[in-house]
Structure formats: structure tokens, C-alpha cells
Design a protein around this ligand. Structure first.
Ligand SMILES: NC(=O)c1ccc[n+]([C@@H]2O[C@H](COP(=O)([O-])OP(=O)(O)OC[C@H]3O[C@@H](n4cnc5c(N)ncnc54)[C@H](O)[C@@H]3O)[C@@H](O)[C@H]2O)c1
Length: 312
């Protein structure tokens, strides 16, 4: 049996930022409606070095398993934080169809989730947007925003990283962390080891897509700020156990009724932002159905690409 192999570059060639955005948006809705399903991801931890995640999903005629890492200390070793593989199978026959680079799939779907959530939750008329954290996934988020006609400010503690991303995309570097964190819309994609929004720092009307704190013990916003905001997540099961909201749940500050799944908002079954003054927070833990959306979109383009195959 010959199985298609998508390198990171092939994934990027196959799926444009616009296609990724549409596919992830549709996956959120399909998941909310129960048409696409996934159990919560399983963490295999080797802290403080990092963790491995096993992420299965089923939908659209395919089944998927992503085996992926988060090793925050890796960049200091010259290694990427996120690595792994995605396996895509035919849901009717069980046959393996494709193997894809997980880092590229993850970056595309993470960027898409951040921007989809910002688009549906941000205050109408929001005029400034920033990406904080210019690593692999932050850079992809900035690329997604630029592709969608926005002009993001970018910020990273590492000057070389923020300059490189800005130069590559024609984006502007924020003059300071404070300027970036004060934008109407902020996407945070840092390792989650430093709180970016301390108590009382979120501004009225602000929206923040919190992407970096996707596992136990990580946080980009102070726990007290959760009480000042209307809360949204990608999936309650995952977010209440291993995301930004998990600490609030553990402290008894946040319960199921306080948090809306963004898929319900996108499907028109739940309210989003209630007023221009409200602060909205989107807690992303990263969903296997998002990976399935990107992997399926890539497979649909296989005929247009000269892809290598793996013989099993
Ligand atoms: N929610 C999701 O779906 C999802 C998906 C992928 C990755 N992640 C998480 O996002 C985080 C980033 O992943 P990555 O692959 O982009 O990592 P990366 O190591 O490539 O990039 C992280 C960047 O953040 C910068 N940074 C660190 N502290 C900062 C601070 N206080 N302010 C500004 N910038 C800061 C670093 O200099 C680096 O450039 C990780 O924690 C990862 O687990 C979440």
C-alpha cells in the first residue's frame, strides 16, 4: 500500500491561509453539531522537559491521529517546540491515506483558530491587532492576519524574532510589549511561563485569543482577570483540564456555565460578545478536529502536488 507523505512545505503549498481559515471555522461548527467527533487529547508528560499529546478525531469521511509535542526549552537547543506526525485514514475502509508533518498542520490550524475566534468575538470596529510571541505558531498567526487584509503589530521578547517576522510579512514591530498588549485584539502565542496580562490589565472592550497556555500549569493571563471577562474556549473538556481556564476551574472561580464553546457561537446557537465594553477571552487548547480540517484539505489537493509516497 502506498501512503502519501506531506512535508511541512507540502502542507503549506496545499492549504492557503484562507482555506485553513474556512476549514477550521467549518470544523468548529461540525464539532458543535456532533457531526465531527473527538475524545479529549491525551497528555504523556515528561516535565519539565515537555509533553507529548495523542489527538484522535473522526469526521468528513476521515479519521486522524496526531502525535505531537510541546517542549518549550527546545528553541534554546536549536530545536522546534512543536514536532510530530499526523496520520490520516479513510473512515470507511480504515486504510491509511496520508502522513503529514504535524508542525505545519498545527501552525495552520492554530493560526486559523486564533483568527476565527477573534473575528467572531472582537468588538465591531476594533482597529488594532497584535500578535505576542513570534515563534512558529505566532508567525503563522501573523501571516494569517496579513493574508486576511489586517495589519498586525508583532511583539516577542526576542528582538531578532520580532524583527524577522515583521520583515518577512511586511508587518510592524510594536514599540513595546505594552503597546502590543494594549491593542483592541491580541493573540498571545508564548510558552505560557510568564503571565502577560496581570491583574487589572485587560482593557474594556478588548478581545484576547490565548493560544500559548495549552497545557497544565501554563498561563498567559492572571487568574483574577478571568472574572472580569466573558469566557470562551475551543472545547470545555480540554480547556477545563489543561488550558488557560484550568487554574480558574481548580480554584473554583470558573464553572461550566461561565464558559461558551466558540463552535456554538459560530453555529448561531450561543451568544458571543454582549456589549462593546465587555472583555472577551478565547482559551485555545488546540483540537484534533482542527487538525482533521487541515489534513483533509491538504489531501484534497494531493493531485495538484508531486508528493512522495511511503510503501507499507
Ligand atoms: N492552543 C493551541 O492550539 C496551540 C498550538 C500550538 C502551540 N501552542 C502553544 O503555543 C506556545 C508557542 O508555541 P510555538 O511552537 O510558537 O513556540 P516557539 O518556541 O516557536 O515560540 C514561542 C515564542 O514566544 C516568545 N516569548 C516567550 N516569552 C515571551 C513573552 N513573555 N512575551 C513575548 N514573547 C515571548 C519566544 O521568544 C518565542 O519566539 C507553546 O506553549 C505551545 O505549546 C498552542
Amino acid at each position: 500500500m502506498a501512503v502519501l507523505f506531506f512535508s511541512g512545505r507540502a502542507v503549506e503549498e496545499a492549504v492557503s491561509p484562507h482555506e485553513a481559515y474556512d476549514a477550521v471555522r467549518a470544523a468548529f461548527v461540525a464539532h458543535h453539531r456532533g457531526e465531527w467527533t473527538m475524545p479529549p487529547k491525551v497528555y504523556v508528560t515528561n516535565y519539565p522537559a515537555g509533553d507529548f499529546r495523542a489527538m484522535p478525531a473522526l469526521g468528513g469521511g476521515h479519521a486522524l491521529l496526531k502525535w505531537v509535542t510541546s517542549f518549550p526549552g527546545n528553541p534554546a537547543r536549536g530545536l522546534p517546540t512543536v514536532t510530530g506526525l499526523v496520520l490520516l485514514s479513510d473512515a470507511e475502509t480504515g486504510q491509511l491515506e496520508a502522513v503529514l508533518d504535524a508542525a505545519a498542520v498545527t501552525a495552520l490550524r492554530t493560526a486559523a483558530a486564533a483568527v476565527v475566534a477573534a473575528d467572531v468575538l472582537a468588538r465591531p470596529g476594533s482597529s488594532s491587532v497584535a500578535v505576542v510571541g513570534c515563534g512558529v505558531n505566532g508567525a503563522e498567526t501573523a501571516r494569517m492576519l496579513v493574508a486576511r487584509g489586517q495589519r498586525p503589530l508583532v511583539w516577542d521578547v526576542d528582538p531578532a524574532r520580532r524583527e524577522a517576522v515583521a520583515g518577512r510579512l511586511g508587518a510592524e514591530v510594536a514599540s513595546s510589549a505594552a503597546e502590543a498588549l494594549g491593542c483592541d485584539v491580541v493573540v498571545t502565542v508564548t510558552p505560557g511561563t510568564t503571565v502577560l496580562f496581570p491583574e487589572g490589565s485587560l482593557a474594556d472592550g478588548q478581545h484576547v485569543s490565548l493560544m500559548g497556555a495549552d497545557g497544565p500549569g501554563k498561563a498567559e493571563v492572571a487568574i483574577g482577570e478571568l472574572r472580569r471577562a466573558r469566557l470562551f474556549c475551543d472545547d470545555w473538556e480540554q480547556a477545563s483540564h489543561g488550558g488557560e481556564l484550568a487554574a480558574g476551574v481548580e480554584a473554583g472561580l470558573v464553572g461550566r456555565d461561565d464558559v461558551t464553546d466558540v463552535g456554538a457561537v459560530l453555529a448561531g446557537d450561543a451568544d458571543g460578545r454582549a456589549s462593546a465594553r465587555e472583555i472577551t477571552l478565547f482559551d485555545s487548547t488546540g483540537l484534533a478536529i482542527q487538525d482533521l480540517a487541515i489534513a483533509s484539505a491538504a489531501l484534497a489537493k494531493a493531485g495538484e502536488l508531486d508528493l512522495p509516497t511511503i510503501a507499507l
